[in-house]
Design a protein around this ligand. Structure first.
Ligand SMILES: Cc1cc2nc3c(=O)[nH]c(=O)nc-3n(C[C@H](O)[C@H](O)[C@H](O)COP(=O)(O)OP(=O)(O)OC[C@H]3O[C@@H](n4cnc5c(N)ncnc54)[C@H](O)[C@@H]3O)c2cc1C
Length: 350
């Protein structure tokens, strides 16, 4: 049993803490804020509560797995999940208005055919099949496994762009979201629809890699879910799971430094000068590259040594998901902007 310090109590850190505790370690979380949850904040006023971070859950399977592996009650016993249907509504500049149903590719195709004309659904479906290939290739190495030392092999874009042969010119293959829209979807409103997914995640479709095609694939395949009472309820459930596993939390405790001994992590130093010891683990002094889900949370003392040691970062993190700006989004030609409205309740009575 190792003594392990986890920095921060965002969802990634709490997920790590719960899993480490189940593995038999003594886990102490130090959080600089006054509460747990990190980005899953809450604003309360006049008897209503509002999420200040994410509003919808797109991959409940990640949390189902976490709750199954860290305790007796499954996710659905800890929070109430409601599918958001329709998942989104799209208003295009030419007056086209389409609502996309939740988690049903067949019904999405039919809605697109009705709103955009026959064949639109099939074209979108063909694109989603290619996006599924990218998802199948990236899901395990990026979301489910620790980053391997040879992470460079992930460097090639996994989206199988359609190669277009052109007379007397070089073949053309989409490398960005915008190019998929222009060359593969080849319908301005479908292209704008694709753009909208990238924009909703804070990505610029002109530069977002083709692999960002997994975003609409994920949403339309696994669906959008509303957590009754707001996403903060998910943070509460995870916090309670951690407490049940005897994870200790200290709030208002900013970690100022990771202390080292013989080149290995030995604990943390808090901003007030307190030093907390942790068992030495495989923390490398200079990680080659930060992990995708390393948003201010670090696991110290993972108990691993040697070549397979992990760089700092949660041992198990939730996928770093998207920022969700309310958004207007543009078609590939830079023309007038359609609007996208997402389902979901923003303020709910307490
Ligand atoms: C507006 C908004 C909308 C979003 N919408 C969605 C959505 O719809 N769907 C979705 O899946 N995701 C969404 N996200 C993203 C999702 O919220 C984040 O990816 C996820 O919550 C990040 O969790 P985390 O644990 O990695 O980091 P954070 O939540 O950032 O947690 C980090 C924690 O570590 C603490 N900390 C940092 N440094 C220290 C230190 N030195 N000492 C002590 N404590 C420290 C911080 O105070 C914080 O509590 C949204 C985010 C935002 C902001």
């Amino acid at each position: 049993m190792a003594r392990i310090v986890v920095i921060g109590s965002g969802m990634g850190a709490m997920a790590s803490a719960a899993r480490l505790a189940v593995a038999g370690h003594r886990v102490a979380v130090y959080e600089r804020a006054a509460t747990y949850g990190g980005a899953l904040g809450r604003f309360e006023r006049d008897g209503f509560v509002f999420d200040t971070g994410p509003g919808l859950l797109h991959l409940p399977a990640v949390y189902r797995d976490l709750f199954v592996k860290t305790g007796k009650e499954p996710l659905e016993q800890c929070v109430a999940l409601t599918p958001v249907d329709p998942a989104s509504r799209h208003l295009f500049d030419d007056g086209t208005d389409v609502s996309l149903p939740n988690a049903s590719r067949a019904r999405v195709a039919s809605a697109l055919d009705t709103a955009l004309g026959a064949g639109a659904g099939e074209r979108w479906g063909d694109f989603l099949n290619r996006a599924r290939d990218a998802w199948d290739r990236t899901r395990r190495p990026l979301l489910e496994e620790p980053l391997q030392p040879d992470w460079q092999v992930l460097g090639r874009d996994p989206y199988p762009s359609v190669r277009r042969r052109r007379v007397l010119r070089r073949d053309r293959q989409a490398a960005t979201v915008r190019e998929i829209g222009a060359w593969e979807l080849a319908e301005p409103r479908l292209a704008a629809l694709l753009d909208s997914y990238a924009l909703a995640y804070g990505l610029d479709p002109r530069t977002a890699p083709a692999a960002a095609a997994v975003l609409p694939y994920m949403e339309q395949t696994f669906g959008s879910w509303y957590v009754r009472g707001g996403m903060r309820e998910l943070a509460r459930a995870l916090y309670e799971r951690c407490l049940a596993r005897k994870v200790e939390f200290t709030f208002g405790a900013e970690v100022a430094a990771v202390t080292e001994k013989d080149g290995r992590a030995a604990g943390v130093e808090l901003a007030d000068g307190t030093v907390v010891a942790a068992d030495t683990g495989g923390l490398r002094r200079r990680p080659p590259r930060p992990r995708r889900d390393d948003a201010g949370t670090r696991g110290v003392g993972t108990g691993r040594r040697g070549a397979g040691a992990r760089a700092p970062g949660p041992v198990h993190g939730v996928p770093r998901a998207a920022r969700r700006p309310p958004g207007r989004h543009g078609p590939p030609d830079g023309g007038p902007l359609p609007r996208r409205r997402r389902g979901g309740v923003r303020g709910v009575p307490r």
